[in-house]
Design a binder for this molecule. Structure first.
Ligand code: HH2
Length: 429
């Protein structure tokens, strides 16, 4: 009987094993028991070799082993459910009693998933995003197991009117199907489907915009391992795509990716540990006996990394003051309106519901007020720049956007308002 899943603060637990999103990047090792997978087809058809490989991946640091019995590569011959089950069963029966990490079953067929869960699989990896087989969501909900929902379009479907709209819209539909079936939202992991019905350009676009998946509010899995886009970029065969895979993994982590699905577990675990030490530093701890050179928590986290921190938005802070170049602006007060975007991770504060881990809005207001109602300045450029620098110096922000507007500026001609917007980051200090 495999361990049960439960929701824990910030993530999920399977028995004693915790998956706390944001704390570190988890590695899913790929085990294909197929004759025709694009990179390892035929290697692990023998259940004893499959077991050996799964144990080696676990030993190398895999957090999940993903077992698939049908290739999804372009041109692969579809496999009937009975054949998929026939390939999976002997492997699952060997793996389940031996592995300490959860086994995921890579299938879009509800019938296959049901059998695999009964034979020791502990989660479902559905490349159909619960949309290929209408019975899949209910299988996950009844078993109470996590499910990876992946964006996919048929291979060769490479026209998108709105690429990101399609990816996010598809995944939102998957989340709705999970919810309708009664699967708790915490049990759903989203995957943008690198390589599934996408050109190399689409796949590179996906990697550049991975942080956009965060609007879905779910952990993110990414599967780039050895895929053809890497081969296109590097002009290398499938056997020589390790470094390409490593680059995609390292660069995905600052975007907030939580799980990477890979063939080469040992080297990618090293890549992930290194990237985590840089990007997720409030969580990084030196192994016992190794002195830590990475800064320890400052109290205010920047765990999401520089590529895509969260933002705190303050709009319409209003003050009266006498800045400006026109004589009338010296004589009479006018209204100044300030809008702010403060870029920093709010993950820790949100998790602990603790004001001391984020920015105190009253303190921000007071600092802006002191500058806007302070000494005379000719230019709103100067005011915006001063506010940005002051806030960056006072709080551990990744960046700040400051907009200062004069809606009633006594200018000749008809203006709605004049405004200046500046973006500043730590490097500008
Ligand atoms: N990619 C493949 C298979 N399953 N599952 C998720 N969630 N995300 C992926 O990107 C993904 C996946 C294809 O890779 P592989 O299993 O190595 O190849 P094949 O389908 O030929 O067996």
């Amino acid at each position: 009987m495999s361990a049960r899943w439960r929701v824990v603060p910030g993530g999920l637990a399977w028995g004693e094993r915790r998956f706390v999103w944001g704390e570190r990047t988890y590695v899913m090792g790929i085990l294909n028991v197929t004759p025709d997978s694009f990179s390892d087809g035929g290697l692990y058809l023998d259940p004893e070799r499959a077991l050996e490989h799964a144990l080696a991946m676990e030993e190398a640091g895999a957090d999940i082993i993903d077992v698939g019995a049908e290739s999804t590569r372009p041109g692969a011959v579809p496999v009937p459910a009975e054949e998929e089950v026939r390939r999976l069963l002997p492997v699952l029966r060997r793996l389940a009693p031996r592995l300490r990490v959860p086994i995921s079953v890579d299938t879009y067929k509800a019938e296959v998933a049901r059998v695999a869960l009964a034979e020791g699989a502990a989660m479902i990896n559905d490349v159909g995003g619960l949309q290929k087989d209408p019975a899949m969501a209910a299988v996950a909900a009844e078993a109470g197991v996590p499910v990876v929902v992946m964006h996919c379009r048929p291979h060769g479907h490479v026209h998108y009117d709105d690429f990101w709209g399609d990816v996010l819209g598809f995944l939102r539909r998957s989340l709705e199907l999970a919810e309708a079936a009664g699967l708790p939202p915490e049990y759903v992991i989203v995957d943008p489907g690198f390589g599934f019905g996408k050109t190399a350009e689409h796949n590179l676009d996906l990697l550049r915009g991975l942080h956009r998946l965060r609007v879905l509010g779910r952990p993110v899995l990414l599967g780039t391992s050895r895929k053809s886009t890497l081969g296109r970029v590097l002009n290398l065969p499938v056997s020589e795509r390790l470094e390409g895979t490593a680059a995609t993994v390292a660069l995905a982590i600052p975007h907030g990716v939580d799980i990477v699905r890979v063939h080469d577990v040992a080297p990618i675990v090293r890549v992930v540990r290194m990237a985590d030490a840089i990007v997720r530093h409030p969580h990084w701890e030196a192994p016992a006996g190794v002195p830590s050179r990475v800064p320890q928590p400052s109290g205010l986290g920047t765990a999401a990394g520089p590529a895509a921190p969260d933002t705190i938005q303050l709009r319409g802070l209003r003050f009266r003051a006498r800045h400006g170049v026109l004589p009338e602006e010296h004589r009479r007060e006018q209204v100044f309106v300030v809008d702010l975007d403060l870029g920093l991770s709010v993950r820790e504060a949100a998790r602990a519901d603790d004001l001391s881990l984020t920015v105190d809005y009253s303190e921000v207001f007071r600092r802006v007020e002191r500058i806007i109602t302070g000494p005379h300045r000719q230019l709103i450029e100067t005011l915006a720049d001063s506010v940005a620098r002051d806030l960056l110096a006072a709080f551990p922000l990744e960046f700040v956007r400051v907009r200062v507007a004069k809606p009633e500026a006594p200018l000749p001609g008809a203006f709605d308002q004049v405004a200046v917007e500046v973006w500043r980051s730590r490097g500008d200090l």
